[in-house]
Design a protein around this ligand. Structure first.
Ligand code: AMP
Ligand code: MG
Length: 357
């Protein structure tokens, strides 16, 4: 398949090219497009054949549901049931409206019960549907120019880090999709926060840029899915969270504890790698770069700048792959803010290998 790369001007999106992207979707094709979180691999969410194609292009397990992207709040009615009697949570419509008012357009995905308009091919066989309204201007125009409902997982081959630059999308999906819209680097760099409203109380199924604290201000009884907690044996509720996502090719270990001990530990390991002729890499904030003795050291931005880490993380993991790094050590970036979403992804990328020093 020949993949058209469409470079667009964010400030001038009215032209024929976006209409062409919309036509591709309406005729059952696939278009990768930028959003503020990561690049998405889009198809018509209401067309089962399009959803099937998305799974094939990504090599994604078909029980891993897709998020439906909309550009207008009214669009929800066609795809989600908002009838009070179908939910345990009280005032479901009011809850959705309050969340939308606070966080849409933006990096929050809301799970609701689906209507028959949404095929099971899109929801991975579930009776629920995940919905998000992205804030990226290109994404909004693209959704409106197509059919108003774009099913889109991250635009990477399954198992690879999510794409935050158009070069990542081209690397993974060139020849597998009809078009890639080049909107430059994304803003946030981590996938959306997912909140589920279909159970007894609101649950966070995936942490993201909309933090638990931010959600609590709008829906006070929100809680984090047990399966996401570090010390829990419960399986995560979001089907996607059970897969080992976001993995670099090299073996990644997170090292936590007193920073001087962390640096000493990683430098010791780097020495061992050198002796064994294994290429070793380190992930750390800018301020620590000169303290590491590994051959490849990647910086996440200034110490404490969690947003910078979020933006850089997936790119760094891909750079390690490209440079043939075989063993990676990362400092820890935990916090109450987006740092907790960064750690969630990093821990998955590390296959839960964490060393406390
Ligand atoms: P991605 O688009 O790659 O960020 O993945 C979307 C993720 O959203 C999936 O991996 C699921 O974990 C989650 N998701 C989508 N739809 C649902 C749903 N109906 N119920 C629970 N989780 C969902
Ligand atoms: Mg993904």
């Amino acid at each position: 398949m020949n993949t058209e790369i469409l470079k667009v001007d964010r400030d001038n999106l009215g032209g024929v090219s976006m209409a062409h992207a919309g036509e591709i979707i309406r005729s059952g094709g696939l278009v990768a497009f930028p959003t503020e979180t990561v690049y998405g691999l889009g198809g018509d969410a209401l067309n089962p054949k399009s959803s099937k194609k998305i799974y094939e292009a990504k090599g994604r397990p078909s029980d891993n549901p897709l998020i439906v992207h909309i550009a207008d709040l009214d669009a929800i009615r066609k795809i989600a049931i908002l009838d009070e009697s179908c939910y345990e949570i009280k005032d479901i419509e009011g809850t959705v409206n309050r969340l939308a008012e606070a966080f849409w357009p933006g990096p929050l995905t809301i799970i609701l019960k689906k209507t028959d308009a949404v095929p099971y091919e899109t929801t991975g066989g579930l009776d629920t549907v995940a919905i998000r309204m992205p804030s990226d201007k290109i994404a909004a125009v693209f959704i409106r120019e197509s059919c108003g409902y774009i099913a889109a997982p991250s635009a990477n081959i399954s198992g690879r880090p999510s794409p935050t630059k158009v070069s990542h999308v081209i690397e993974d999906l060139s020849g597998r999709v009809d078009m890639i819209i080049d909107g430059g680097d994304v803003d946030i760099g981590l996938e959306s926060t997912i909140v589920d409203l279909t159970e007894d109380r609101p649950y966070i199924l995936r942490p993201g840029a909309v933090t638990e604290q931010m959600l609590r201000a709008i829906i006070p009884d929100v809680t984090v899915d047990k399966g996401l907690k570090k010390d829990s044996d419960a399986a995560p509720k979001a089907p996607g969270m059970k897969y080992r996502h976001y993995a670099p090719k090299g073996e990644l270990t997170i090292v936590t504890g007193d920073i001087d001990r962390v640096i000493d530990y990683i430098n010791d390991r780097a020495q061992v790698c050198k002796a064994d002729l294994i290429k070793c890499g380190v992930i750390c904030p800018d301020e620590h770069i000169l303290r590491y003795k590994a051959p490849v050291v990647k910086c996440t931005g200034r110490l404490g700048d969690e947003e910078a880490v979020a933006k850089r993380l997936y790119s760094i993991l891909r750079e390690f792959d490209a440079e043939g790094v075989e063993v990676i050590y990362s400092e820890s970036f935990d916090s109450d803010g987006i740092g907790s979403a960064v750690m969630n992804r990093l821990i998955k990328a590390a296959g839960h290998k964490i060393v406390q020093v």
